[in-house]
Design a protein around this ligand. Structure first.
Ligand SMILES: Nc1ncnc2c1ncn2[C@@H]1O[C@H](COP(=O)(O)OP(=O)(O)OP(=O)(O)O)[C@@H](O)[C@H]1O
Ligand SMILES: [Mg+2]
Length: 465
């Protein structure tokens, strides 16, 4: 509206100026004639005509003045106002009016600079946000008053919080474990870099974190607050524990047969060999224990081989029925020993697999089924096809497994009842080897068991096309 008013006012002024000038000139011309004339109507006509000419002339000149001098300034002002509003894409038109082109150009340069600066700032903010949200660690920033100024999603998820209960709150008010709160406090008070390992209960799970704290220093070395980063090392700790357990288990498993071999052979050397009966019975024990030792070493070697990340099986189309029958043949003596009835429900199916490895898998499952079943029970082996996969089941009527134990069953050295399993001669490596072998076949293994009723191991394998 302002521009319109300016424009009208300027036009009016130019008009009036022109009219007055025109009138003045005409009057000057006509003044001598006017004094003598009888009929003055011609003079009035002339006067009127001059007035009209003056009006037209002033309108033309006025609008030209507006077009050349005022419009570009208006346009530049409008653009400047748009820029103030934050619309950095607005541009002034760079017309040819020499007095305003410089202004328009400068405004456009300013606009372009502002647009670029804003784009860079937005991009940097986005980058920083993406980095903070996806850094894989929980992060919290606390300002110098002790209020939370920034948290990322992992932090909120880790401590089950929402932005509204955290942002702007004093750090002691937010619900984090006391160990975390104490660490924040120590960094806040000392304003120094610090690192600590924290262990706390999150729900029912024990969690381990490497926590780093550092002061945030702004321009002119001004202290702005602190930042704390939490790196979840629970899984690392778990793996470290498994490794420790593994070393302890291996040492223990090796020591038992070695101790007994050493003990019995020493007794024999001390003179017991003279009694043939003792000699035979001790040699029998030494033999059994060295077999156990050999089995354990073989299992360990096998496990370390199948656990290698690059382990591959030589998978080819093969007859699964033949594999099952071969495994059965090999454990037939054990089956007969316990008078177990073995039932086969087999469909002729070809799978993609390594025959020798699958015989090893079937033997492990069958030996378990026999070992953990009573005499005169039944074991069923099934082979059928479902949803483009081959399914193999080994079902027994044995002692069964508690559901709480099933999750850990495939861990190395894991045995449900250590004492009983050791008596059965097992080492607890069989099922972990089975799992690795089946996974190397791109298959799966599942367990379904009821204590006192029996156990079913189910294997899924890819079909041979
Ligand atoms: N069919 C089954 N019925 C009941 N418990 C079983 C069965 N199969 C496995 N288990 C339990 O799972 C544990 C782990 O089995 P796994 O085959 O890995 O070890 P193992 O039989 O003790 O020793 P080995 O390494 O000689 O096979 C066993 O100790 C046993 O407690
Ligand atoms: Mg076993």
């Amino acid at each position: 509206m302002n521009f319109l008013r300016h424009r009208l006012l300027t036009t009016l002024l130019v008009w009036i100026g022109m009219m007055l000038a025109g009138l003045f000139i005409v009057m000057l011309q006509l003044l001598p004639i006017y004094e003598d004339a009888e009929d003055k109507s011609d003079i009035w006509m002339l006067l009127f005509f001059s007035l009209v000419v003056a009006l037209v002339l002033s309108a033309i000149v006025g609008s030209r003045v507006i077009g050349v001098a005022i419009k570009p300034i208006e346009n530049a002002t409008e653009t400047a106002m748009e820029l103030v509003k934050g619309n950095y894409v607005a541009r002034a038109s760079e017309s040819n009016a020499s007095n305003s082109i410089e202004l328009s150009r400068t405004i456009n340069v300013l606009a372009r600079n502002l647009q670029e600066i804003t784009a860079v700032r937005v991009m940097e903010q986005e980058r920083l946000k993406t980095l903070i949200e996806n850094m894989g660690s929980a992060l919290i920033m606390i300002d110098k008053q002790g209020a939370v100024s920034l948290v990322n999603k992992p932090f909120l998820e880790e401590f089950e919080l929402t932005p509204s209960v955290v942002m702007g709150k004093f750090y002691k008010e937010i619900q984090v474990p006391i160990e975390v709160e104490n660490f924040i406090e120590s960094v806040f008070m000392t304003e120094t870099h610090s690192r600590v390992q924290i262990e706390f209960l999150s729900g029912l799970k024990l969690k381990n974190f490497n926590v780093y704290g550092a002061p945030v220093i702004g321009e002119h070395e001004r202290w702005l607050g602190i930042v704390i980063v939490f790196q979840d090392i629970t899984e690392l700790k778990r793996l470290e524990q498994i490794r420790k357990d593994f070393v302890a288990n291996v040492s223990h498993e090796l020591r038992t047969p070695v101790t007994s071999i050493k003990g019995f052979s020493e007794t024999l050397l001390d003179g017991a060999y003279k009694d043939t009966e003792t000699l035979l019975s001790f040699l029998e024990i030494v033999h059994t224990e060295s077999n156990r030792l050999e089995m354990l070493i073989n299992d360990l070697l096998d496990l370390s081989k199948v656990e290698q990340s690059g382990f591959r099986v030589n998978a080819q189309p093969m007859n699964m029925e033949a594999v099952i029958k071969r495994a059965r043949e090999m454990i037939q003596p054990k089956i007969d020993e316990k008078s177990i009835h073995l039932k086969l429900e087999i469909q002729p199916i070809n799978v993609l697999g390594d025959a020798n490895r699958l015989i090893q898998v079937m033997m492990n499952l069958l030996i378990n089924a026999v070992t953990y079943s009573s005499n005169h029970t039944e074991i069923t082996i099934r082979l059928f096809r479902k949803d483009n996969r081959a399914i193999i089941q080994v079902e027994d009527q044995g002692i069964g497994i508690e559901s709480s134990e099933i999750e850990r069953l495939f861990e190395r050295f894991y045995r449900v009842d250590r004492a009983r399993s050791r008596n059965s001669g097992g080492t607890g490596l069989g099922l972990s080897i089975v799992k690795h072998l089946i996974e190397a076949h791109h298959g799966q293994v599942e367990v379904d068991s009821t204590v006192g009723v029996g156990t079913t191991f189910t294997i899924y394998l890819p079909l041979a096309i």
